[in-house]
Ligand binder design. Structure first.
Ligand code: PMP
Length: 364
């Protein structure tokens, strides 16, 4: 087997690139976590060492998002996909209906699961545009009595992102923020629930962050399966059973790294700079073209085509050879996709822009 000691620029949509400083720290502490004399993988989830790790993970998440005590911060399992079920099981109480805004496949999957639990309405959809945009406020038909409104903040596959969250009045706004959580400033009090699989901006897969307004926990019926009950998970501090302790440990380090960067404002500026550099190149000559409508362009997942689509495979293959990995688009959209989460370095964007210019020079 070929060994690879060099790291590539990893444009994967998730699991995705992690901060180098975090990887090195994990490597240093892998064999023996300081003070514990054992690896994090080997320690009890009730140990003092893990108490500290879990407390730090929660404190970092709260510090980053300015999240008050009005919210519970949970570290669950089952990915964002389990939240598609868990959310309606807890919040879609009998006799009510929930609004879903559909801006891509993940929203479709979320509403499909909710439909198995109770009544749902489509309050808006951009499917007719091939999910190249998100709805305007005027296009939404919101039920003022809805149990909640569900929105996917960033559409990983299509490369669209809401520039602002919609106005939903007094109805709790619930967001799947899996692919843009903590990618810039976040106005937490606007949300009832924020959930995200960790594997893009927060750490490795296997941990799902759920930030839920505590007053919503009263909706969780006692008859729910215990593991799927938000109130039980909150009461037990995410330790009703054995949580993903290694994943939470890495998440604690990633969120510590984010605080070291100065928090969400500078992180947002960094992401904006990276996205502007790549969209600038996509728009420069017409050899490339962006998939998403300009107003809805994502800063995290940048989807683009080549004018001559028959060159797209060659582009991805040649890019991989140059150490630019993971650029092939999702099979449902085709083309190319550069995912550039928080930990993705500016040098990687520069390298991609250089590669795009060279590819255009040869094939343009
Ligand atoms: N929602 C969004 C926006 C996603 O991008 C993904 C995964 N790419 C999911 C949900 C599903 O996440 P998981 O694999 O953690 O269930």
């Amino acid at each position: 087997m070929q060994t690879m000691t060099q790291r590539v620029f990893n444009f994967s949509s998730g699991p995705a690139v992690l901060p180098e400083a975090v990887l090195l720290q994990v490597q240093r502490d892998l064999y023996s976590y300081p003070g514990a004399g054992m690896s994090v993988m080997e320690m009890s989830h009730r140990s003092a060492a893990f108490d500290g790790i879990l407390a730090e993970a929660e404190a970092n998440v709260r510090a980053l998002g300015g999240i008050s005590d009005d919210y519970a911060v949970l570290f669950l399992q089952g990915g964002a996909s389990l939240q598609f079920s868990m959310l309606p099981m807890n919040l879609l109480t009998p006799g009510r209906s929930a609004d879903y805004v559909i801006t891509g496949v993940w929203g479709q999957k979320a509403i499909a699961e909710a439909r198995k639990v109770g009544a749902v309405r489509v309050a808006g959809s951009t499917e007719e545009s091939g999910f190249r945009r998100v709805p305007t406020q005027d296009e939404l038909q919101l039920d003022p009595h809805a149990a909640y409104v569900h929105v996917t903040t960033n559409n990983t596959i299509y490369g669209t992102q809401w520039p602002d969250m919609p106005e939903v009045g007094d109805v709790p706004l619930v967001v799947d923020a899996s692919s843009d959580i903590f990618s810039g400033p976040l106005d937490v009090p606007r949300f009832g629930v924020i959930y995200a699989g960790a594997q893009k901006n927060l750490g490795p897969s296997g941990v799902t962050l759920v930030v839920i307004r505590k007053e919503l926990l009263t909706r969780s019926a006692a008859g729910l399966p215990t593991m799927l009950n938000y109130a039980v998970q909150a009461e037990h501090g995410s330790r009703y059973n054995t949580p993903n302790i290694f994943g939470i440990y890495v998440l604690a380090l990633v969120t510590r790294w984010m605080l070291d960067q100065g928090g969400l404002r500078p992180i947002g500026e960094h992401n904006a700079r990276k996205a502007a550099a790549l969209y600038g190149e996509i728009d420069r000559t017409g050899f490339y073209r962006g998939h998403a409508e300009p107003e809805a362009r994502s800063r995290m997942n940048i989807t683009f085509r080549l004018r001559d689509a028959s060159l797209e495979d060659a582009f991805a293959v040649a890019a991989t050879r140059e150490g630019l990995d993971g650029l092939k688009g999702h099979r449902s959209v085709g083309g190319l996709r550069a995912s550039m989460y928080n930990a993705f370095p500016e040098a990687g964007v520069d390298a991609l822009v250089q590669f795009m210019r060279e590819f255009e020079r040869i094939h343009g």
